[in-house]
Design a protein around this ligand. Sequence first.
Ligand SMILES: C[S@@+](CC[C@H](N)C(=O)[O-])C[C@H]1O[C@@H](n2cnc3c(N)ncnc32)[C@H](O)[C@@H]1O
Length: 140
Amino acid sequence: MASKETPLQTAVQPEQGAADDPMWERWKLEMPRLYDAIYYQINPIITYVDRAGHVLLERPFSANDHFSSVLEVGGGTGQHIAHVRHGFDRYVFTDIDPLLLDIAEQRTPARPGLTFEQQDATHLTYSDGTFDRLISVFNL
Ligand SMILES: C[S@@+](CC[C@H](N)C(=O)[O-])C[C@H]1O[C@@H](n2cnc3c(N)ncnc32)[C@H](O)[C@@H]1O
């Protein structure tokens, strides 16, 4: 059965030729400030599932655990790092979107070793073995 394509579906599939779609350009600019509302405020079920995902991922770790170098990819607005309880020497928070990265950097309290970098998770610029923990939450 053929599905009816909405403007939003067109906008979020740049690989199908929508890169010049004004709706896609508008979505990219407006999505960062709407991000937390969409995923963490408006819908109680989505909010619950998203928060539970962050908590569950960190459940195995406590303040007694320590990693030397942590890489978070696709970190968005920085929701996950508030749930990280283990220690670290270095935590590199990354996202491909500079607007989301900026929100994450502004909202996350400074911690020794924590830095923010724009990175494409499919083409990371780090050498193999740089990190001993990778965090990737709700990224497929
Ligand atoms: C559903 S959000 C999840 C964000 C965050 N991990 C969270 O739990 O709130 C997906 C994130 O992946 C980022 N992203 C998409 N493609 C990416 C890529 N190729 N490399 C790095 N980040 C990417 C988006 O900018 C967005 O912040």
